[in-house]
Design a protein around this ligand. Structure first.
Ligand code: C5P
Length: 237
């Protein structure tokens, strides 16, 4: 079950990130390096995490002309990351080029971002998209599947409809809060057990672990909560 836990290292310094990775690498299967950490620490932080015998999810959300994204995908694969993200709204060709660029590297998988959870119907209409956020998510998930990507990043609320629409995709789910933590926004979050039961392949958890007084204990509790639902949910992916 620990293989399904990705800890988001959204911290300010590479020292803090590495300290957390060292503390947690026995309990978490992967660490997410996002824009903040990568921009301040560079590719060395990815190498340092991999050197701990851990895996890296590089969440830089590439969105550019296909040639650029193919080059970034190749660089990510050469760095040894296990997962990285591209925006599905970059189009099928852009996604296919990313998939082609990593196909010889074996271990690296491509994830597509559909619609960010910060984007609502008003923002979509501002940028000229008239379909609803839910319809846009499913349309982009189908496009991503057809382009050959391995998976999508999806909120807990989107897991089941994406499973129905694009059943072959891995689903990586943020917005996880343990049952013991208080939540300010019940609509956008799920417990670890509920997300696994809904069909998430991986859970991305940041602050409930990295902001805890005892990150190792917090991670252990989340893995235990994930496992508590495994008898109701079959291992998918
Ligand atoms: O909230 P938390 O610290 O657990 O977030 C972990 C990761 O999930 C963050 O790195 C963020 O990029 C992602 N996230 C997201 N959508 C949300 C909340 C968080 O993609 N609504």
């Amino acid at each position: 079950m620990k293989d399904k836990l990705i800890v988001a290292l959204d911290v300010e310094t590479p020292g803090k990130a590495l300290e957390l990775a060292k503390q947690l690498h026995d309990i978490a299967g992967m660490f997410k390096v996002g824009s903040q950490l990568f921009t301040s620490a560079g590719p060395q932080i990815v190498k340092d995490i991999i050197a701990l015998n851990s895996k890296v999810f590089l969440d830089l959300k590439f969105h550019d002309i296909p040639h650029q994204v193919a080059g970034a995908a190749r660089a990510a694969a050469e760095l040894g990351v296990s997962l990285f993200t591209v925006h599905a709204s970059g189009g099928a060709e852009m996604m296919q080029r990313a998939v082609d660029a990593v196909s010889q590297k074996g271990e690296t998988k491509v994830l597509a971002i559909t619609v960010l959870t910060s984007i609502d119907a008003t923002i979509l209409s501002e940028i000229g998209v008239t379909s609803s956020p839910d319809d846009s998510v499913l349309r982009l998930a189908k496009l991503a599947e057809a382009a050959g990507v391995d998976g999508v990043v999806a909120s807990p609320q989107e897991i089941e409809s994406i499973r129905r629409t694009a059943p072959n995709l891995l689903i990586v789910t943020p917005g996880i809060r343990p049952s013991t933590s208080r939540s300010e926004d019940q609509k956008r979050i799920a417990t670890p057990a509920a997300a696994i039961a809904a069909g998430a392949s991986y859970l991305v958890v940041g602050r409930p672990i990295t902001g805890a007084a005892n990150p190792l204990e917090a991670a252990r509790e989340i893995v235990a909560e994930m496992a508590s639902n495994m008898n109701r949910s079959e291992e998918r992916n």
